[in-house]
Design a protein around this ligand. Structure first.
Ligand SMILES: [Zn+2]
Length: 238
């Protein structure tokens, strides 16, 4: 039990160092991930808007052609109108003229709609492009910073993780299981707490004198009754 408790104290020390490394990186990993997702989202939206702009332009040019052709026909029918000799001919040409006018009027109002839509899309695209440039540069700055921090600390982290694995192998399964559960559940990552002025160093609950003696004796595995942390006496690990 003495040895197991010593391993636990070492494990806690390693985990404290790993937690420090994580805190040093801060929320950089989340920031980088968030920016990465935002770039993807903005790029997709930009593609959609560019497609819409392209289609609006295509439709407008098609209608412009139709209107041009209808205008040529209209001119032709209007010229023919002066040369008609029968009422039937007159009626037929008048019908053609009306039809051409419908195409021209309908086409022209659609062209106005499309032009305004194209203008709106063009403004939106300019804004989206600027926004995308901005988040791309933010991303590059934060990503470089994160990479730098990871590079600075990765060697130490790898060594700590290696030492951690070696220690875990030395620990009895249920003891490690209990430690790991508390370690992961507590914000401070402390699965082991040192006795401090007769209280638990993790939650500051007072420890009965009998328990204090048992903790010092290190013959048993003693848990804080309040927080469940494994109790050790720092005097034993000096
Ligand atoms: Zn406690």
């Amino acid at each position: 039990m003495r040895k197991q408790l010593a391993y636990l104290v070492q494990l806690q020390d390693i985990d404290n160092q790993l937690l420090d490394l994580k805190q040093e990186r801060g929320n950089l990993p989340e920031t980088v991930e968030k920016l990465r997702a935002e770039i993807e989202e903005s790029t997709q939206l930009l593609d959609v808007k560019r497609d819409e702009q392209l289609n609006a332009g295509k439709e407008r040019r098609r209608i412009e052609n139709e209107v041009e052709l209808a205008k040529v026909s209209l001119k032709k029918y209007q010229d023919q109108l002066f040369k008609v000799t029968t009422n039937r001919e007159y009626d037929a040409i008048t019908t053609e003229i009306e039809a051409a006018k419908v195409v021209i009027n309908g086409g022209e109002s659609r062209i106005i709609e499309l032009l305004s839509k194209e203008e709106e899309l063009s403004d939106m695209i300019i804004k989206l492009e600027a926004h995308l440039e901005q988040i791309k540069s933010d991303f590059e700055i934060h990503d470089a910073e994160l990479l730098d921090k990871i590079n600075q600390t990765s060697e130490l982290e790898a060594k700590l993780l290696e030492d951690r694995s070696a220690l875990i192998e030395q620990l009895a399964r249920p003891i490690f299981g209990h430690y790991e559960r508390i370690h992961l559940a507590k914000e401070d990552g402390m699965g082991v707490a040192q006795v401090y002025l007769g209280a638990c160093g993790g939650c500051f609950a007072a420890i009965p004198p009998q328990k204090l003696m048992e903790i010092s004796a290190m013959e048993d595995f003693i848990l804080c009754e309040t927080c469940g942390r494994i109790m050790v006496d720092p005097e034993n690990f000096k």
